[in-house]
Design a protein around this ligand. Structure first.
Ligand code: KG4
Ligand code: ZN
Length: 334
């Protein structure tokens, strides 16, 4: 069978990334231009600045990726692009670039949901086997998704309020850690001990999550300490927070695996980089004899590789968009 090369474009937040992936599994070339150094001066992503940076970067990133792969646009079978969810101004830049390439070079345009991209980052590690349970943990999503086949997403449950990544970022701010805060909380958590008593979120029979109560508890604890002139032990608070946050995710994941008798588990999204989560999920997988796939660290944060990988399977299913495709700041996983 002829090899299929997909060029994937991702610009939903603060990374401008383009990648060429062969047959949905092999990363031929990936270029990521990160804006972290710019946004960290503001303590988080400033949407207007992010869009402007994408405008500056996108053509260079596309050219660099083709050069790195030693390929021309003629060698590409289709263009996959993140159409949403994400920051609307940021999404538009990648989307317009993708549409322009599709139009000029007469290539099919394949729309990819950002979270589908995070899920398909796993196909770069191992061929995906179904049925599988996808634990989606990112800055905007916390969901348990059952997949019986490619691009069949059945949501079992999700967060009722904040996403886990959002909660990590908030805790990082409380602890005065530089943006992006999630990985720094993770690091501190490994040094500290669980000495702070924090509320365990939503211990019910659903597959839903809740992080706003936990977030508020951390904020209040810090506030009270400040009022009393006491010092917070950052490492211990990070460890206490991480234990509660991760165990609530892992417990519900374990129950879903048992209830639906699923033997394949994947983790998707930026928080898949969390060391505590990776360790705890591995323990559950070992205990239940479940095949676990976790994306390598470089594919946990936003990248065009995962979009090209997802784009390959979407392309095979005949998914296409026309040049009227618009970006969406929010959209159901599909
Ligand atoms: O998947 P992602 O790009 O977000 C969305 O697509 O919505 O992930 C970004 C999120 C941020 O909230 C970031 O703090 C978090 O992932 N994150 C982590 C870690 N690395 C990234 N959170 C906890 N521990 C980490 N090691
Ligand atoms: Zn993401």
């Amino acid at each position: 069978m002829k090899d299929v090369y997909i060029l994937g474009i991702e610009s939903s937040c603060d990374e401008t990334s383009v990648s060429i992936v062969k047959n949905g599994r092999v990363d031929i070339a990936t270029v990521i231009s990160s804006q972290i150094d710019i946004h960290k001066n503001y303590g988080g992503v400033v949407p207007e600045i992010a869009s402007r940076e994408h405008v500056k970067n996108i053509t260079f990133v596309i050219e660099e990726c083709l050069e790195k792969a030693n390929m021309k646009m003629d060698d590409i079978d289709a263009i996959a692009v993140t159409y949403g969810p994400g920051l609307i101004g940021s999404l538009l830049i990648g989307l317009e670039a993708a549409k322009t390439l599709a139009f000029v070079y007469n290539k099919p345009l394949v729309p990819v949901h950002h979270i589908a991209g995070h899920i398909y980052a796993n196909s770069l590690e191992k061929e995906m086997s179904f049925p599988l349970l996808a634990l989606v943990v990112s800055g905007g999503h916390t969901e348990l998704v059952l997949m019986k086949n490619h691009f069949e997403f059945e949501k079992l449950g999700g967060t009722l309020d904040d996403a886990v990544g959002e909660c990590y970022d908030k805790v990082a701010r409380v602890l005065n850690l530089e943006y992006p805060g999630g990985p720094k909380v993770d690091k501190l958590a490994h040094i500290g001990s669980c000495t702070y008593n924090l509320p365990v979120p939503l211990q019910d029979d659903s597959y839903n999550f809740s992080f706003s109560g936990l977030k508020s508890a951390v904020i209040n604890l810090n506030h009270k300490a400040e009022q009393k002139g006491e010092q917070i032990n950052k490492e211990d608070l990070a460890a206490s927070f991480q234990k509660v946050a991760i165990s609530s995710i892992v417990n519900k994941t374990k129950r879903a695996l048992i209830d639906f008798d699923i033997k394949n588990l994947i983790i998707a999204g930026g928080v898949a980089a969390n060391m505590g989560l990776r360790e705890e999920v591995q323990k559950v997988a070992d205990e239940l004899n479940v095949n676990l796939t976790i994306p390598s660290m470089k594919y946990c944060t936003d990248n065009g590789t995962m979009i090209a990988a997802a784009g390959y399977y979407a392309y095979n299913l005949g998914r296409r968009a026309d040049l009227y495709l618009n970006s969406k700041s929010s959209d159901k996983l599909n």
